[in-house]
Write a protein that binds this ligand. Structure first.
Ligand code: AMP
Length: 302
């Protein structure tokens, strides 16, 4: 089933100990869409400016990504610049230029309004809510991401959208900040009271945790020798996770656990090269091979 994704489409300048790239196509929605498109057709809602060219559009169109929901507005596309520290686990945002993103009011094309699987990438929670309100019937699965900026700056709006969300996908710092709980099991209980019944916590090089009810599933991070650029790892994780669930069309404990592994697979590929380079050129066979390695990585007998 198609996956509806809303979020930022950006140009990113990134500096890591492995090098520097200026103004490459990025943005949370772009990473989510490209990763998910390996598993299922994707519909994207976002906004771009005059500097978004035919070549950029082709990145989406080459995959199963419907770009009818990308609005073209006069002005410049959202721009973000960041720098990573030596061991790549800290990043400093150098520049955030909202540009056309500041006037963004997401508008779903009519053909998107029957979407059953929805991912709300990190944007203003009131815009996330407006996307949900435009979907005709309550989707089968709604997941969302957010960040410290909205947790601090728009707590009321965030709580409002959380009431309509099944799965919250955030990192460990954000989970602690949102709930005021340091212990992640307690943080999950607090998130469940806000609406979502599942909390997925991305922990970078330490893998990812999924908490629901009283059950916890832990996916390791793939041990890579060389990390080139962590940008978009979390969004690629979300794309693999939601892409798999939309592909199977069912949400049960087995599918959710496999989704955690496909998310981890896509996150691990994303960081191997700068920007979208690796995610864009991936073949299904490579994805399946790496999923098999994940199974080996955690297999043991009692
Ligand atoms: P991640 O590394 O998964 O956190 O995502 C990085 C992507 O998020 C980059 O491609 C940026 O363009 C995008 N991004 C950075 N800051 C923001 C923001 N404030 N709102 C929306 N997207 C952002």
């Amino acid at each position: 089933m198609p996956l509806l994704v809303v979020g930022s489409i950006a140009f990113d300048s990134v500096e890591t100990p492995r090098g520097k790239v200026d103004r490459m196509l990025g943005g949370a929605a772009t990473y989510v869409a490209l990763a998910a498109s390996q598993f299922t057709p994707v519909r994207v809602v976002g906004i771009v400016g005059d500097d978004f060219g035919a070549e950029d559009a082709r990145v989406f169109e080459k995959r199963r990504i419907d770009t009818g929901g990308i609005e073209h507005a006069p002005g410049k596309t959202f721009f973000w610049a960041g720098r990573y520290n030596v061991n790549m686990n800290e990043r400093t945002t150098l520049v955030t230029e909202l540009n056309v993103f500041s006037g963004f009011r997401p508008k779903l094309p009519d053909s998107y309004r029957n979407s059953r699987f929805v991912f709300l990438a990190n944007i203003d929670p009131s815009l996330q809510l407006s996307v949900l309100q435009q979907v005709r019937i309550r989707p089968k699965l709604v997941a969302m991401d957010t960040m410290n900026y909205w947790i601090e700056g728009a707590p009321k709006e965030l709580r409002k959208v959380l009431r309509h969300v099944d799965i919250l996908v955030i990192n460990d710092d954000e989970a602690r900040q949102l709930t005021g709980e340091h212990n992640l099991t307690r943080a999950a209980k607090s998130v469940f009271r806000m609406g979502p019944r599942i909390l997925v916590i991305k922990r970078g090089e330490h893998g990812a945790l999924m908490l629901s009810g009283n059950s916890i599933f832990s996916a390791p991070a793939f041990p890579l020798e060389k990390v080139c650029d962590p940008t978009g790892a979390g969004d690629s994780f979300a794309g693999g996770f939601m892409g798999h669930l939309a592909q199977v069309g069912r949400i049960n404990p087995g599918a959710l656990r496999r989704a955690m592994i496909y998310g981890s697979v896509m996150g691990s590929f994303a960081v191997e090269q700068f920007g979208l380079k690796r995610i864009q050129a991936l073949r299904l066979q490579e994805i399946n091979q790496r999923a098999g390695k994940f199974a080996q990585l955690t297999q043991f007998e009692l």
